[in-house]
Structure formats: C-alpha cells, structure tokens
Design a protein around this ligand. Sequence first.
Ligand code: UDP
Length: 326
Amino acid sequence: MSILLTGGAGYIGSTVASILKDEGEEVIILDNLTRSKKEYLPNGIKFYEGDIDDISLLEKIYNEEKIDAIMHFAAFIEVGESVIEPYRYYENNFSKAIKFFNYFIEKGIKKIIFSSTAAVYGEPQYIPIDENHIKNPTNPYGMSKLFVERFLESVERSSDVYHVALRYFNASGAYHNFGENHKPETHLIPIILEVALGLRDKIFINGDDYDTVDGTCIRDYIHVYDIAKAHLLAYRYLSNNKQSLKVNLGSGEGYSILDIIESCRKVTGAEIPVEIRERRDGDPSTLIASSNTAEAVLGWRREYLTVDAIIESAWKYHKEKFESSK
Ligand code: UDP
C-alpha cells in the first residue's frame, strides 16, 4: 500500500517523501511543477505530473496504484502574495484541494495528512499558541488552509475518514540536498543567506514597529527534517487510531527577525546589511507554538534544537547550490 503525496517536488514535500522512502514506506508523488522543478524530486519515487484537480489523472493514479493514505502539500504558501491575489489562494489551496480530497474519499481512502499552517491562528491571544487557540487568520493564505481543515472536519462528521492537520510554524533549514529554494524567494532565512552569498545587497525588514521586544516580527523556526518526521508519526497514528488530530509543529521558542539576522551573521561570517521597510500586509506580530500535542500524542521529538543549528544546515545547502551554479 502506498502514500500519495502531492507537492513532492516542493521544499517540505520532497523532504517528507525522501524520509518516508528511507523508512521503508511506499510513496507516489503528484506535482504539477508550477513552482518547482523535476530535478527537486527525490530519486527512486514514482512521479505523476499534473494538477490535483485533474480528475482523469487522479483516475489513472487510482487505477494504477494501491493507495492507503494521502499527504497533501501542494499549495501556494506566500502570505504577502495571498493578500494581493486572494482568489488564487482560495482557488488553488481550497477549491482544488477539496475536489482532490473528495475524489479519493469517494474511492474509499480513509487517512489524510494535511499540510496546514500557524497562519490559521492570526494575531495570538496568548503565547505559546496551542491547537485550541482561536482561529482568526490575518491573511487569505491562512484562511484558505483553515477552510480545508473545516472541510475535513465536516467529512469526519459523516464518515470514517480521519485526518491529521499538521500546522507548521516556520519551516526552515535543509536536509541533504533538500532545501528551501522557492522561485521567487520570499522567505526570511534563504533571503538573508542570499545576502551573505553576495546575491543580494541587503535584507529588507518588513517593519520594526510591532509590539515585540525589538519591534520586528517574532516567529518559531522549526527544521524541515523534524517536520518531516512528524508526517511519518502522523501516518502511524492514523493507522492505529480512528480519530482526527490537529497538531502544531514548532519549537516553542520565538526569534525576532533581528535575532535571525544575527544568527546568520554568526554562522556565515558575513556582514549582512539591513534596511527597514514598511510592514508586510497580513503579518501577525508573533507566532510561537506549543508542541505538547505533537510530543504527547505522536511521540515527536525535535532533533534540531537551536536556531543556529537550523541556519547552519541551510547555509551548507545554499553554499553548495551557489558553488554548483558557477
Ligand atoms: N521578512 C522580512 N523580510 C523578507 C522576508 C520576510 O522582514 O525579505 C519577514 C516577514 O514579514 C515575517 C518574517 O520575516 O515577519 C518571516 O517571514 P517568512 O515569509 O519567512 O515566513 P512566514 O512567517 O510568512 O510564513
């Protein structure tokens, strides 16, 4: 029996697919490569190219494979873009996703692992944020993910289809040759590392007037390897339990943008010039996870315990990528 994994050429999806394969699971990837490339696919995994709402392609996959579970990663992930182009986010992340899920639910698939996000919470009412915290997304990206969670909850009410929604905080770092490589890049750590490599002049900080210790936004950075391991645990959980679960994946520690820049300076030895610009629309000031559920229910343990260790792994990846592109 196989796990059908969408978005397996993406940053988190490719890391998860690779780790599942290493752990002896059968994995199949579906990806349309719109925001990725074939070369990012992990080796030795069967790949179908196409859209998640292409029913004739889903039919082909269903007829050719024996699917036990779905892990759905394929989505747009940029907060700023989602504010400017909300329709694309609701269409791609919500409408297409429920069509995709519905196809496989009607075929009898019972286990769904869904890539959700800390952006479902919005501005925190308390810290650390646990899974019961009120959901009030401050941007269409978070809302599109929350809608899918609501859909999966409705499905569960009327069937025996169970899901684990993994709410990632800030995925970062690199695992072997799987690293953060979005085109265009909008995420903080890879952009700072591009400055360290001389590929950009400076890092622009999106606002320094937030109600935080140094005025810049605080996030909870979690290594992509630790995120990937949680997917394996979620799959095992659904194989043994008839109950859905919402799970935060974070470290429980918050770092401001200035903290991250300082850590990148330490790790790279580069100066990293900074310029403050306007706030980015849709950004909550602080997101820090309580990961008690992941630890207590899934038995999850982080291996990357410091932000320096996360940035070191990302730096190694970016340096190698840069050297090989010369
Ligand atoms: N950020 C920034 N400059 C950049 C990219 C990001 O100041 O060039 C900020 C962003 O506004 C947010 C934090 O860094 O406050 C983390 O952003 P990222 O896009 O990496 O992840 P998100 O929290 O949006 O998922």
